[in-house]
Design a protein around this ligand. Structure first.
Ligand code: SF4
Length: 356
């Protein structure tokens, strides 16, 4: 298997990269779109970034929003027509709570557009699980608690929900299909001592990969690092040990538990990734990125309430440059390093390219 999380993937889309800069009179379709079909969720995670009062992400989110079926099918038609390469479903809420998810992914299944989803795994069963197993490229389940008691405390769900989700995971891997199943462990101070044992349990349950990610607790890198300082070494050591003991040709561990400084500070003035991986929210607004979703003041690109996504996307290129990352994005940004690489690539002096 090749690298799943490489920052270099985008450099396989050279025409797209060359179209991005403000001075280029060209707009190409996004490579990937994240759709948040609904803001409803059956869980109530205490660290959920969308519900946390102190984070800018999700600050304007309405929990009742959900994309109407007709609008969703229209969006998918546009996405197919535009030549977008992939769609990921994510929250807001849990995409598997969306009542029209089967209609949506069935339409995508009959097109060249690949799809994937994030979920809490609670509704990963029945027909929708079968469709994902057979047709989706990947599925990633977020988990924090390591047993029934801790899981219920994290998520304010009834006792036994952890067992149910773990059963769903095990059953999913037995379904016919090639969907790659990952789990992300969202690490905080409580579950930090359980990382190694939990990775082992997940491997035994049949998942293909485990990603270790830090729980984001603040808009600043300094405060996040301060929160994780006491557990950082232990989590790192457990991850290294788990990699040594468990990784093989059928199981991968991706360590995204790292110092967060390089995800916060930005010294560039326009954002390449807005044109590469935008977000369509359950409120029918289009946002610049995952990290500014449901921030109307700073993240809004436009609305598809009264127009199609395709029409909005190919109108006036200026809408992609209203956000100045050096001013507006001094918070967590998953695309920060990719943005830096792309801008450095685009800024290379053409006269000197041959002197490699
Ligand atoms: S710089 Fe990061 S946070 Fe800002 S708009 Fe771009 S992807 Fe989003």
């Amino acid at each position: 298997m090749g690298l799943l999380y490489s920052k270099m993937k985008i450099f396989h889309f050279k025409d797209k990269i060359d179209s991005l800069a403000p001075g280029v009179d060209k707009i190409l379709p996004p490579v990937q779109i994240r759709i948040k079909p609904t803001n409803r969720c059956g869980h109530n995670c205490r660290y959920c970034a969308y519900r946390a009062k102190n984070l800018q992400i999700g600050k304007d989110m309405n929990l009742a929003d959900s994309i109407p079926k007709d609008k969703m099918l229209e969006l998918i038609d546009d996405i197919i027509d535009m030549g977008v390469r992939s769609v990921t479903f994510s929250g807001g809420g849990d995409p598997f709570c969306y009542p029209f998810l089967i209609d949506t992914v069935t339409k995508l299944s009959n097109s060249p557009v690949k799809f994937a989803s994030l979920t809490n795994g609670a509704n990963l069963n029945g027909e929708i699980a079968e469709i994902f197993a057979a047709k989706a490229t990947w599925l990633r389940i977020s988990i924090d608690g390591w047993d029934d008691e801790s899981y219920s405390a994290y998520r304010a769900v009834k006792h036994g929900e952890f067992t149910r989700v773990m059963n769903n995971i095990g059953m999913f891997k037995k379904l016919p299909g090639r969907c790659f199943l990952g789990v992300v462990i969202v690490v905080d101070k409580k579950n930090a001592p359980h990382v190694y044992d939990f990775i082992k349990r997940l491997k035994d349950t049949g998942v293909d990969s485990v990603k270790i990610s830090p729980c984001i607790v603040s808009n600043t890198g300094v405060e996040n690092n301060l929160y994780h300082r006491d557990i950082f070494q232990s989590v790192k050591e457990q991850t290294i040990r788990a990699r040594r003991d468990f990784v093989d040709s059928a199981f991968e561990i991706f360590d995204a538990y790292h110092e967060l400084h390089n995800k916060f500070d930005k010294d560039y003035t326009w954002c390449p990734y807005i044109q590469i991986l935008p977000i369509i929210g359950a409120d029918l607004n289009v946002y610049s990125c995952q990290d500014k979703a449901y921030n109307l003041e700073e993240g809004l690109i436009g609305s598809v309430k009264n127009m199609g996504f395709k029409e909005l996307w190919f109108s006036d290129k200026w809408k992609f440059f209203r956000i100045n990352p050096s001013i507006h994005c001094n918070h967590h940004c998953v695309s920060n390093e990719n943005n830096r690489l792309i801008i450095e690539y685009l800024n290379a002096d053409l006269e000197h390219l041959d002197f490699v």
